[in-house]
Design a protein around this ligand. Structure first.
Ligand SMILES: Nc1ncnc2c1ncn2[C@@H]1O[C@H](COP(=O)(O)OP(=O)(O)OP(=O)(O)O)[C@@H](O)[C@H]1O
Length: 239
């Protein structure tokens, strides 16, 4: 089953065409990476899929639901983690997770289950009961990853999931993301970290100046460009 279908997507900001007719698919059970230089259009693409900004032309379907016509349904089955997301600083981490969980369920048991899952993913130990105000950048990011993943979205859309995390925490976050697709879900992420992409993604699309210039598995792309790693593929492609 196709988790995400992006077809002939165009997004203009005024006269400026930020996304120039891109198409790609993400399959169920797949981690798909969107890779590209600053300003390539990654965030714009993720925001259109997340129903946050309007499409100029083309269409996007999430598990068959049209983002434009069935946005409210799409929002129920996705989770979007923005690159620069924040949380309510006056709440504790646990209170924040509870607050978010209440948007997804009113049932007490499932509310507790969802919050407990978030606490487990965040893995902040006793600091989950401290005010978010006192969190480091890395702790905040882990809390936000937990928020995005605790609802078990059918499609998680993660903008630079491990940005600002040290090696240990970044590894932990990658593990969480990898495990989340095991039961037939899908993840679309953007990243500047080529090692991360190579390790995590089943397939990647390279995007440059609003166009997709390559799609494939890391192995296929390395072979095609006779490159030892994805960083070298990337340099070769955008040259
Ligand atoms: N609200 C906006 N109004 C006008 N132009 C915008 C707006 N948002 C983004 N852009 C432009 O669209 C292009 C794509 O931006 P986008 O943020 O999608 O890139 P990106 O690949 O996510 O970049 P980065 O890696 O730096 O986060 C850029 O040229 C950017 O300046």
């Amino acid at each position: 089953m196709i988790a995400l279908e992006v077809s002939n997507l165009v997004k203009k900001y005024g006269d400026f065409e930020a996304i120039k007719n891109i198409s790609f698919e993400v399959r169920q059970g797949e981690i798909f990476g969107l890779i590209g230089p600053n300003g390539a259009g990654k965030t714009t693409t993720l925001r259109t899929i997340s129903t946050l900004i309007q499409i100029t032309s083309g269409y996007i379907k999430v598990y068959g639901y049209d983002v434009k016509k069935e946005g409210s349904h799409v929002r129920k089955i996705i989770s979007y983690l923005p690159e620069d997301a924040g949380a309510y600083r006056n709440l504790t981490g646990k209170e924040y997770l509870e607050f978010v969980a209440k948007f997804f369920t009113k049932d007490k048991n499932s509310l507790k289950k969802m919050t407990d899952k978030g606490i487990e993913i965040a893995n902040l130990n006793e600091r989950i009961n401290a005010k978010i105000d006192t969190y480091s950048k890395g702790m905040m990011r882990k809390l936000l990853i937990a928020r995005a993943m605790m609802t078990e979205p059918k499609l998680a859309i993660l903008d630079e999931p491990s940005s600002g995390l040290d090696v240990i925490n970044a590894r932990e976050v990658r593990k969480i993301i990898k495990e989340s697709v095991n039961n037939g879900k899908a993840v679309l992420l953007s990243s500047h970290n080529m090692l991360e992409v190579e390790y995590m993604c089943d397939r990647i699309a390279l995007i440059n100046s609003g166009k997709i210039v390559e799609v494939g598995t890391p192995k296929e792309l390395k072979e095609k460009y006779q490159a030892p790693n994805i960083e070298d593929v990337f340099i070769e492609v955008i040259k």
